[in-house]
Design a protein around this ligand. Structure first.
Ligand SMILES: Cc1cc2nc3c(=O)[nH]c(=O)nc-3n(C[C@H](O)[C@H](O)[C@H](O)COP(=O)(O)OP(=O)(O)OC[C@H]3O[C@@H](n4cnc5c(N)ncnc54)[C@H](O)[C@@H]3O)c2cc1C
Length: 477
């Protein structure tokens, strides 16, 4: 019997629609297997594909910002999500925000009317096994079921990857770009001079600074806690703002304890300390140790900028605490987004350990494009590490400029109901993932612009040399 599709996409979210589009535009029959509306996730409200579950902003649209760069790269790669984001944009200054209903409806209609796409409304309960036995009879499959993957599929995924390689919560501290830390205000040291003397950067706070920080923290606005996120708090992993609410000095006896540290500037033990730990081997990124938080992103910027040394810090990613199904990608995925040892199964979206709408769509784009290449008998592509999309694929596959797989970890990542630390943490697009420029450029805006120019040049060359050998077909609609 003729299979129903060449490529099956599990999940019609931000990643899934982009994966489907890339393969369908190259002439392959695609089945998008989406469980809504039969089975809803706790966050989605509609039956539309590419529903934005929270904010309607796709964040910065500028080439001085890594997510702005990622958007431009996606435009050049023929992204469906970027096309509809622009068609449905609403005024948002330097950001790209959309009319969420028009955005999701436009994308759903574009796929529903595509001659090579079939949208199948059903829950996939098991992961495709061996080649020849893939979902919906397809030869290649893209797994893009997202952070709220259904329970049955998550159980099957745990079997497929090994339970220790699947995470259900994301509880991470903010990460800042190293170059934006004011070194004149911080000092390197490990507690009690044990271990690497450069192990941590310490931000010392005087009593007055601590009091001001404390007041700002307990008064800051947090995301509303959703019922499906509660489990994470029962696990004993409390946000820093909730620990602070237990008493003015709770943090001084917890993650901000100053014991074992002497500020070389004063020769004394500080009143309190925030420790910064390298997030990667290049030390281009640092996380705020023990600062997992549920505060709104703008509030994190405002409150954490009160910490001495972080006044002008650029946040590579903000702290989050929410339900998030993601796999230990550095151990499971190649930079082509194929599963190691299962070449015909690819992954895209938040499940791979990227964070954010645009990042999810971008990795879906790579998975779909590579799925089409496998069907065409061409080798799947590894995007250049100097591009934002390539740097994300490198990050999730453990081979990036940040060498995530073997580097330091943010505190508080959770596993299957037990607290445990993992080396791999989900990541937004950021310049810290790109290889540094050869020449030092002090001004941050200027440096970011150079990095973006370098990325776009690398991408244009890459498209010319590699992507166009399987160019999109022009469909009449
Ligand atoms: C509550 C919440 C709020 C978020 N807010 C933001 C935000 O404001 N800004 C931001 O940039 N990012 C946000 N994110 C992070 C992330 O960028 C989005 O979740 C994004 O939608 C992820 O894209 P995706 O394609 O990986 O998953 P999704 O967009 O969630 O798509 C996955 C799809 O798979 C379907 N599915 C699941 N299981 C199955 C199954 N077994 N069979 C068939 N279909 C299935 C789902 O119904 C869904 O349509 C948020 C995440 C969560 C959980």
């Amino acid at each position: 019997m003729k299979p129903a599709a060449d490529l099956a996409v599990i999940g019609g979210g931000l990643a899934g629609v982009e994966a489907a589009w890339q393969a369908a535009q190259r002439g392959y029959r695609v089945a998008v297997l989406e469980m809504r509306p039969q089975l809803m996730t706790p966050a989605h409200r509609t039956a539309d594909l590419a529903e934005l579950v929270c904010s309607n902003s796709l964040r910065s649209n500028q080439l001085t910002n890594a997510v702005g760069l990622l958007k431009e790269e996606m435009r050049r790669l023929g992204s469906l999500v970027m096309d509809w984001a622009e068609r449905t944009a609403v005024p948002a200054g330097a950001a790209l925000a959309v009319d969420r209903e028009a955005f999701a409806a436009g994308i759903t209609a574009a796929l529903a009317s595509h001659p090579m796409v079939e949208i199948v409304r059903r829950e996939v309960t098991e992961l495709p096994g061996d080649p020849g036995d893939l979902a919906h009879g397809a030869g290649v499959c893209v797994l893009a079921s997202g952070p709220l993957t259904s329970e049955l599929l998550a159980a099957s995924l745990a079997e497929f990857t090994g339970i220790e390689h699947l995470y259900f919560y994301d509880a991470v501290a903010p990460v800042v770009e190293a170059e934006t830390i004011d070194r004149s205000r911080v000092f390197p040291a490990s507690r009690y001079e044990k271990g690497d003397p450069e192990g941590y950067l310490n931000c010392p706070l005087s009593r007055e600074e601590y009091d001001a920080f404390y007041e700002a923290l307990v008064g800051a606005e947090a995301h509303p806690r959703r019922s499906f996120d509660k489990a994470i708090f029962f696990e004993g992993c409390l946000p820093v703002e909730e620990i602070a609410r237990r008493g003015r000095h709770a943090l001084r006896f917890g993650s901000m304890k100053p014991v074992g540290l002497v500020d070389p500037g004063t020769g004394r033990r500080p009143w309190a300390v925030v420790q910064l730990r390298p997030e990667n081997t290049l030390k281009t990124l640092y996380n705020l140790v023990g600062f997992q938080t549920n505060l709104k992103w703008g509030e994190q910027r405002r409150v954490f900028s009160l910490i001495p040394g972080l006044e002008k810090a650029a946040f590579a990613r903000y702290g989050v605490m929410h339900r998030n199904t993601f796999i230990d990608s550095p151990r499971l995925l190649k930079a082509t987004l194929q599963f190691r040892g299962r070449d015909k199964v690819l992954a895209g979206g938040q499940l791979t350990g990227v964070e954010g709408y645009v990042e999810s769509a971008a990795t879906g784009l790579v998975a779909g494009l590579n799925g089409a290449r496998i069907l065409a008998g061409l080798s799947p592509l590894v995007f250049p590490a100097a591009t934002a999309v390539g740097s994300l694929c490198a990050h999730v596959s453990g081979g990036g400029a940040d060498k995530t797989g073997g580097a330091g970890a943010a505190d508080g990542a959770q596993g299957t109901g037990r607290l445990r630390r993992v080396a791999f943490q989900p990541m937004n697009a950021n310049y810290g993932l790109l290889p540094p420029l050869e020449n030092l450029v002090r001004d941050r805006r200027e440096r970011n612009l150079y990095l973006s120019e370098r990325a776009l040049k690398a991408l244009d060359d890459f498209i010319k040399d590699h992507v166009l050998d399987l160019a999109p077909v022009t469909w009449r609609r």
